[in-house]
Design a protein around this ligand. Structure first.
Ligand SMILES: [Zn+2]
Ligand SMILES: [Zn+2]
Length: 140
C-alpha cells in the first residue's frame, strides 16, 4: 500500500488485539483508511481489512514479543498476535511506515474510509458504498 495524499488525522488513538497482549498507540496517522479486498487480506482477516498508514515514529507498540510476522509476499510482512491471532498490520519491507489495521482502535478514532482497493478480488457476499472510489488493483 502506498502513501495517500488525503488529510491525516492528528488524534491520539489507542487499541489492542483481541486478547490485549499487543497494544498500539498512534500519535498521528499518515493517511485515512483504505479498505483492501485482495485475497491475501481476505484470507488473513476472514474478510477484507481496513488499514491506515502510520509513520513508524508515530507508532508505539507494546507486547511486540507476542507479534509474529508472516511474509505472504516477497515485498511485505503481515503482523499478527501469536496468542489470539488478531491481524495487526501490513508492512512493506524496509518501509518507514506501517499499515495498521484500524479495527483495533477504540472509538472515536477520527478516521474515515476513503476508498477500496483490489476490488477485483473482493468476495461475492458483500457490497460496497458506491460513493467511495474503487480501484481494481492498488490505488496507484
Ligand atoms: Zn492478542
Ligand atoms: Zn490486501
Amino acid at each position: 500500500m502506498t502513501r495517500h495524499t488525503s488529510k491525516p488525522t492528528s488524534t491520539h488513538v489507542s487499541g489492542s488485539c483481541l486478547c490485549g497482549r499487543v497494544r498500539m498507540q498512534v500519535a498521528e496517522f499518515d493517511t485515512q483508511v483504505v479498505a483492501c479486498h485482495c485475497s491475501q487480506c481476505r484470507k488473513q482477516t476472514g474478510s477484507y481489512y481496513h488499514a491506515a498508514s502510520v509513520l513508524d515514529s508515530n507508532l508505539t507498540m507494546e507486547g511486540r514479543e507476542f507479534v509474529k510476522e508472516y511474509a505472504a509476499s516477497d515485498f511485505a510482512k503481515r503482523g499478527f498476535c501469536s496468542e489470539c491471532g488478531s491481524a495487526l498490520y501490513w508492512k512493506q519491507n524496509d518501509a518507514d511506515t506501517t499499515s495498521v489495521m484500524v479495527g483495533h482502535f477504540d472509538n472515536p478514532t477520527g478516521l474515515r474510509t476513503i476508498g477500496h482497493i483490489f476490488v477485483d478480488d473482493m468476495g461475492d457476499y458483500y457490497t460496497l458504498d458506491p460513493e467511495l472510489p474503487q480501484y481494481p488493483q492498488s490505488d496507484t
